[in-house]
Design a protein around this ligand. Structure first.
Ligand code: CAA
Length: 246
């Protein structure tokens, strides 16, 4: 397979780390962004010890200026970005009648506006080179909704609306645009859900367990090879059977 340059946002997180490693295992050059230099360098040393060279570029995905600077930085380090994985995301859970404007805006900016900020600086180059992969990491909760997540579910559903529009506009340029919708994965984000609430959620998962980050990374990798070039605008659920809408 041709070695490509991949940029994974939020790559230092639970699912993000697994995606970085998977894309590197597939032979690609991989970069991710960070906000905290010290934490990011420690993460880089850790993945290096596991045998992975992942490049770093500073920047907050919820800022259009920083997102563009991050893309240009990665281009300088590794070459033009062929694969963009919009993975960075946060939760600010709370029932809607108590949700503050800050809780709403933070989630929409980081999870949804970031998708525009990150994709805009890479799309023209992909169109010129006639090859590209743009993958949104959405969520089961963007598909089915979730008590306490009006902000998060709105952003995650919006990500797939973006996918299916961008897929149509860019299909003729060799660019596929797809969504992966993870269910509940054993990451810090899910472990932050109160234990008794989490236990009730796990009881609703047919596989009877939380997912592993590597199981999401596998789904992301599926969309990348040339053999996957007919698949665009898809929303691939990877949720242990918890939600089977179609
Ligand atoms: N259905 C119906 N009622 C529910 C409910 C549900 N799913 N969850 C909570 N309630 C009820 C409670 O029973 C309680 O009712 P009573 O007052 O009658 O006892 C009431 O809602 C509590 O409401 P509050 O407004 O007081 O809420 P709270 O401050 O206690 O917190 C919450 C509520 C923030 C939603 C909390 O339940 C929670 O954290 N839930 C988990 C949300 C979740 O799944 N987040 C996913 C995070 S991981 C992630 O996002 C990754 C991914 O993509 C999957």
């Amino acid at each position: 397979m041709t070695a490509r340059t991949a940029l994974v946002t939020g790559g230092t997180g639970g699912i993000g780390t697994a995606i970085c490693k998977r894309l590197a295992d597939m032979g690609h050059r991989v970069a991710t962004n960070y906000r905290n230099e010290e934490k990011a360098r420690a993460w880089q040393r850790q993945v290096k010890a596991d045998g992975y060279d992942i490049a770093l570029a500073q920047g907050d995905v919820s800022s259009s200026e920083e997102a563009e600077a991050m893309v240009r930085n990665v281009e300088q380090q590794l070459g033009p970005v062929d694969i963009l994985v919009n993975n960075a995301g946060i939760t600010r859970d709370g029932t809607f009648h108590k949700m503050t404007p800050h809780q709403w805006t933070e989630v929409i900016n980081t999870n949804l506006n970031s998708v525009y900020y990150m994709t805009r600086p890479v799309i023209e180059g992909m169109r010129e080179r006639k090859w590209g992969r743009v993958i949104q990491i959405s969520s089961i909760n963007g598909q089915k909704g979730q008590y306490g997540q009006a902000n998060y579910a709105a952003a995650k559903a919006g990500m797939h609306g973006f996918t299916i529009s961008l897929a149509q506009e860019n299909a003729r340029f060799g660019i596929t645009v797809n969504t992966v919708s993870p269910g509940y994965i054993g990451t810090d984000m899910v472990m932050a859900v109160p234990e008794e609430v989490r236990n009730k959620i796990v009881a609703q998962i047919p596989t009877g367990r939380l997912g592993n980050p590597a199981e999401i990374a596998y789904a992301v990798g599926f969309f990348i090879p040339d053999e996957a070039s007919w698949i665009t605008g898809a929303n691939l659920s990877a949720n242990g059977g918890q939600y089977m809408g179609w």
